[in-house]
Design a protein around this ligand. Structure first.
Ligand code: MRU
Length: 363
């Protein structure tokens, strides 16, 4: 995707050949900052403190984190320690474990002297694969948008609602929920996106809206509570969200508030789609209740970040000191509320049979 006319991915190898550059998303949309990660400790911090976030990008950063660890110390003990250190950063997005397992499986049989080079190559492969997957799932989601567009009057847009940021910033490029939207734009279809602000960290307001503004996508930012009202008024043709972990039976874990959107969509007959790459499917879990839900700091609820009158990024408290706050970061939308799972292999029914039909090797 382009930022001020220049193409970027969200993560890439530094010109020095071993540091890892990332867009530090904590400062968007106000400041575009790039940071270089130079150790496994820095990679773990970048994931935990959400310099990088979004399930696929967390996985790719972890893969590069292992590469950084191997260039410091390629021993078995360091490999296991890197796995543990990176794995404990964020518990919900299963792409993290997927990438770490893939790295350990590939590196363990190798001579330690060859591990660092192999780890960098694998991280680059996972990054490229993420881009290819997102392009493929974008084309599969495009077919759905195309059929909705066919029922519109000339020039009338297909209205899509999205939650959080499942855009290119959450992946290496293109995004998941946004990929069908970008494909529709490439095809010249008229689309308009309602962007949920997504409290408490406001990934919709700060990241998705910024992405769309940069890309020239028609969008309107709304508060999280507006979705039900918009759907009642017939202003939403479809919902597309991403996922941090989807179970083998099609239950979808995603950013807190997604479940409420699914309930409102169900009540109003709006199709509710989830766009996800296959590394987001956790084949070991059959019930969404078994997904670990990250509990983040109450500070994210008590404070909001924005620009002050002098143009400086600042934080302000919005709650009384002393009021306890809870901050569950994700929720689970049961499969029965999901119209379809848009994957790189096609659109699956959110059911064990639907997923197995697309991924028979997992059956
Ligand atoms: O806490 P975050 O910002 O990492 O949460 C991100 C989401 O919930 C996304 O919707 C999800 O990771 C899918 S990203 C393609």
């Amino acid at each position: 995707m382009k930022v001020s006319g220049r193409s970027y991915r969200t993560i890439w190898l530094n010109a020095d050949g071993w540091g890892v550059d990332v867009i530090d998303q904590r400062w968007l949309p106000h400041e575009f900052r790039i940071e270089t990660l130079r150790s496994v400790a820095e990679a773990a911090t970048a994931i935990r403190d959400m310099w990088v976030r979004g399930a696929p990008l967390i996985g790719v950063t972890a893969a590069y984190g292992v590469a950084l660890a191997m260039s410091e110390d390629p021993s078995d003990a360091a490999l296991d320690a890197a796995w543990e250190r990176l794995h404990e950063t964020r518990p919900t997005a299963v792409n993290l474990r997927w990438a770490l397992d893939a790295a350990r499986d590939r590196l363990r049989p190798l001579d330690p002297a060859k591990r660092a080079k192999a780890a960098y190559a694998q991280a680059a492969e996972i990054a490229d694969e993420d881009v290819a997957i997102n392009r493929a799932l974008g084309r599969n989601g495009l077919a759905i948008i195309r059929s909705l567009a066919a029922g519109k009057r000339p020039g009338e847009p297909v209205n899509i609602l999205t939650h959080c940021n499942a855009g290119w910033l959450a992946t290496v490029d293109y995004g998941t929920a946004t990929a069908p939207i970008y494909c529709a734009m490439e095809e010249g279809l008229s689309v308009h996106v309602y962007v949920d602000e997504t409290r408490p960290r406001n990934q919709g307001a700060s990241l998705t809206a910024w992405e769309f503004a940069n890309h020239g996508a028609a969008h309107t930012l709304v508060v999280d509570n507006a979705g039900g009202h918009l759907m009642q008024r017939g202003l939403v043709d479809m919902v597309i969200v991403g996922s941090d972990r989807t179970t083998a039976n099609g239950d979808v874990c995603n950013k807190i508030g997604t479940y409420l959107k699914a309930l409102a969509a169900h009540d109003n007959g709006a199709p509710f789609y989830v766009a996800l790459p296959s590394p987001t499917i956790d084949w070991t879990i059959r019930d969404g209740k078994d997904i670990p839900i990250e509990e983040r700091s109450a500070d994210e609820v008590d404070f909001v970040q924005g620009l002050d009158a002098d143009g400086k990024v600042t934080r302000v408290r919005i709650s009384p000191k002393g009021s306890p706050a809870a901050n569950p970061a994700f929720d689970v939308t049961p499969a029965r509320l999901v119209t379809g799972l848009i994957t790189e292999r096609g659109v699956a029914k959110a059911s064990p049979e639907g997923l197995k039909a697309l991924f028979p090797e997992r059956a």
